[in-house]
Design a protein around this ligand. Sequence first.
Ligand code: SF4
Length: 352
Amino acid sequence: MGVFMEKADIKSWDQKELGEFLVSLGEKPFRAKQLYPWLHIKHAVSFEDMTDISKKLKEKLINSCHLTVLRQVDMQQSKLDGTRKYLFALPDGNLAESVLMRYSHGNSVCVSSQVGCRMGCKFCASALGGLVRGLTPAELLEQVYRIQEDSGERVSHVVVMGMGEPLDNYGNVLKFIRLLSDGNGLNISQRNITVSTCGIVPKMRKLADEKLQVTLALSLHAPTQEKREALLPIAKKYGIQEAVEACRYYFQQTGRRVTFEYSLVEGANDSREDAGKLGALLQGMNCHVNLIPVNPVAERDYRPPNRRRVLDFKNELEKYGINVTIRREMGRDIDGACGQLRKRFSERQGEG
Ligand code: SF4
């Protein structure tokens, strides 16, 4: 860990906290109004760049604060749909992956919330190395800021669905959401922010009680407890009924329709019978099911079902009155599933 960790992480604060900090440095609180846009709108990469900040204040900031800026180490762009996968170096040298997807409704960025992950989902490349650490609010924000700066395009939607389990880094992710949707910053509507969890039930309920307007997505991936346990170890701790119940609670508390993510793995959870059981489980809920033909993971023997089978699954589910979409594969020609870009880069470094 570098010296910066002992300094204040200035980009992880809201404008009020920034003001309080500036007062502690002997400055007037209104200076926060001057400084905040440099951090969260203009995305300055150094204190030196902040042209209307006095030399004296800059010196104080340099001595007492760390300015988190992610360094882009790799980027691949899909020739098919313009999707970009970014690999960023965090200030301590760890790597995080983020993805920019261009849709007709706007640009969406998928951010990572942790380096590695300890949830161990069987179909996920991120899980192979275990958890290293959670990302700070500043490191979460920076993924969006750097992508906006690099692409020169406004980001309107953010999904916390990259590497890591967001609710396993609860406080930092919550702060990130608040800063991202703050009117003084990028001002991304909470309705355009999605948090995807593998089902840490107490944290899902806690998030519901925050009464934010973000969309909660549950990685369900199986219609029964037995099958879910085989894919997601977390299901042994928090059962499928409990997880679905927490989604009902989320809807009650926030009025926001919950999304269920369902990765289709050939031969594991993609039969018509599975679809029927899923339909029965979710029937009557104000929800949306997103079917995701799984990305093949070389280390594990998972393959996506063919198109016909995917459509059969969708049709069966719709019989239960459930709203279903099939996720369009983005960036199919570049490194596939989350975690793979980081993994391949690390392997390349290792070889070199
Ligand atoms: S799918 Fe998400 S929660 Fe599960 S191991 Fe991968 S990163 Fe972690």
